[in-house]
Design a protein around this ligand. Structure first.
Ligand code: AHR
Length: 501
């Protein structure tokens, strides 16, 4: 095995992949564990504002930079009655949430979510329940949310204090409806039919011609009917929806860390498979339209870890899925982000699942502090510097061996031409052991100052309540610029943001 890698990339701002869609940096707030309660919403917290939102968390969310937020689930939505979460809080019912085995107090609902979105400046992405409910309830919700006034549901919203319609444009038609764990799981034909009927009826109320509707794709690439599901669902919905969803979570399997580092290979195959299937349906239907992917759940998730507290039955907002991420997880996470950017010609929306406490970049303690997980940093840097146009990158990289994917390039990278004329390269060295010298052929641009921020560290290093800042990116001074070539030293297992002025 080499003790040092050398890799090289080149790009030309004239050769582009696509503009980075604003919705690529979405995230996800589900009624799950402490994502909502004691996550974003904690009226008794010392930093809570008049709406009960934690200002310390809002500040971190702004720094993270999500552009859109999916709500209220996830598996939760498939048993949710949205009406429970609107109107006077004292009248809202407590309900069993079968998806996560907890009690939902409904103290946070649609109106609070919209206030949250306005406060942080993100686009809402609302999911409707196609598990225990159906077309009529989706229409009622839509009318409550988006119709101006003069009808039962719109006037109810106004009586709840929201005079102006919410104008929600992006809607998910259910969640993971192929999953046996989903309340009201459906076959592809059943789901395709109800999704199409719902989509067409929502467009009838809307009338603006400006809705974006997401049909559920497979819950993962590993589902037994992956491909066949998309084919059947899109055969029913091709002309009535805009997106098909994809969900993917990664974790090391049987201690195989090399394959874990290469998780983005699976994400790429997943995207290829969904696009091929969607385009095949389009061809069969002789349609000019293209269906894009909403990758509306992605992350590292240690799914087999204990999911949290269950001392009492049906607890309220217990600790669930509170994964604590390592430096290694952050590097894999960064590599997933690179894939989303590289494929943003067809992945035009995506949601990091989730936002706070639940497999999240931000953690909180009830009544206590909020801090950044390791995964916070790649997302924040990509959202801040990954705006503009993705460029075609030619890369020459050494490979490393993985059990799952065979030989995989150690360098994973993408270049974005930013709106201010600078170029940002995001680069991951996926090799756990071997550092890399990266040469960037910048002869196609007039490179000015180059600054590099690198996140690396001990594999298992984590940020915790007691050690909140152990892992963070640091300036990397190992950079030279000579004759149009930028040379940078990338540590083994590292995420790097390279800004070329
Ligand atoms: O994000 C956690 C869960 O993962 C979501 O509720 C569900 O959609 C997925 O299976």
């Amino acid at each position: 095995m080499a003790d040092h890698h050398r890799a090289r990339i080149e790009f030309d701002p004239r050769f582009t992949v696509a503009e980075v869609p604003a919705r690529l940096f979405g995230s996800f707030v589900e009624h799950l564990g402490r994502c909502v309660y004691t996550g974003i919403y904690e009226p008794d917290h010392p930093s809570a504002n008049a709406d009960g939102l934690r200002e310390d968390v809002l500040e971190l969310i702004r720094e993270l930079g999500p552009t859109m937020i999916r709500y209220p689930g996830g598996n939760f939505v498939s048993g949710y009655r949205w009406e429970d979460g609107v109107g006077p809080k004292e009248d809202r019912p407590r309900r069993l949430d079968l998806a996560w085995g907890v009690t939902e107090t409904n103290q946070f609902g649609l109106g609070e979510f919209m206030k949250f979105c306005r406060t942080v400046g993100v686009e809402p992405n609302m999911a409707v329940n196609l598990g225990t409910r159906g077309l009529q309830e989706a229409l009622d919700l839509f009318e409550y949310a988006n119709h101006p006034s003069g009808t039962y549901w719109s006037d109810l919203r106004r009586s709840h204090g929201d005079e102006e319609p919410y104008g929600i444009k992006l809607w998910c038609l259910g969640n993971e409806m192929d999953g046996p764990w989903q309340i009201g799981q459906r076959t592809a034909t059943e789901y395709g039919r109800i999704a199409d009927q719902t989509a067409r009826a929502l467009r009838m109320i809307d009338g603006s011609g400006d809705l974006d509707l997401v049909a559920c794709g497979s819950s993962s690439r590993g589902m037994p009917f992956f491909g066949a599901w998309e084919n059947e669902v899109l055969t029913h919905t091709y002309e009535s929806v805009d997106y098909i969803s994809a969900h993917a979570y990664y974790q090391p399997q049987d201690g195989d860390l090399a394959s874990f580092m290469a998780s983005a290979q699976d994400m790429e195959l997943f995207i290829d498979g969904v696009i091929a299937t969607a385009d095949a349906v389009g061809a069969k239907l002789k349609s000019d339209k293209k269906i894009n992917i909403s990758f509306d759940e992605w992350n590292v998730w240690y799914m087999h870890a204990p999911s949290g507290e269950r001392d009492e039955p049906w607890p309220v907002a217990p600790r669930q899925l509170e994964d604590v991420y390592s430096a290694m997880d952050a590097v894999v996470f960064g590599s997933l982000l690179i894939t989303l950017l590289r494929r943003c010609d067809r992945v035009t929306a995506a949601c990091l699942a989730q936002l706070v406490n639940v497999i999240a970049p931000i953690m909180t303690e009830p009544g206590g502090p909020a801090w950044r997980q390791t995964t916070f940093f790649p997302f924040a840097e990509a959202s801040k510097y990954g705006r503009g146009t993705v460029l075609n990158v030619n890369a020459d990289s050494p490979v490393f061996e993985t059990k799952k994917f065979g030989e995989v390039p150690a360098l994973h990278s993408v270049a974005v031409a930013n709106e201010d004329g600078s170029v940002t390269v995001f680069a991951v060295n996926r090799d756990l052991e071997t550092p890399m010298t990266l040469e960037i052929d910048a002869s196609s641009i007039q490179a000015g100052d180059v600054t590099v921020s690198t996140l690396t560290g001990e594999r298992d290093a984590k940020n915790t309540l007691d050690d909140q800042d152990r892992v963070a990116p640091a300036a990397n001074g190992d950079v030279t610029v000579k004759d149009g070539t930028i040379t940078i030293e990338l540590p083994a297992m590292s995420w790097n943001t390279i800004r070329i002025a």
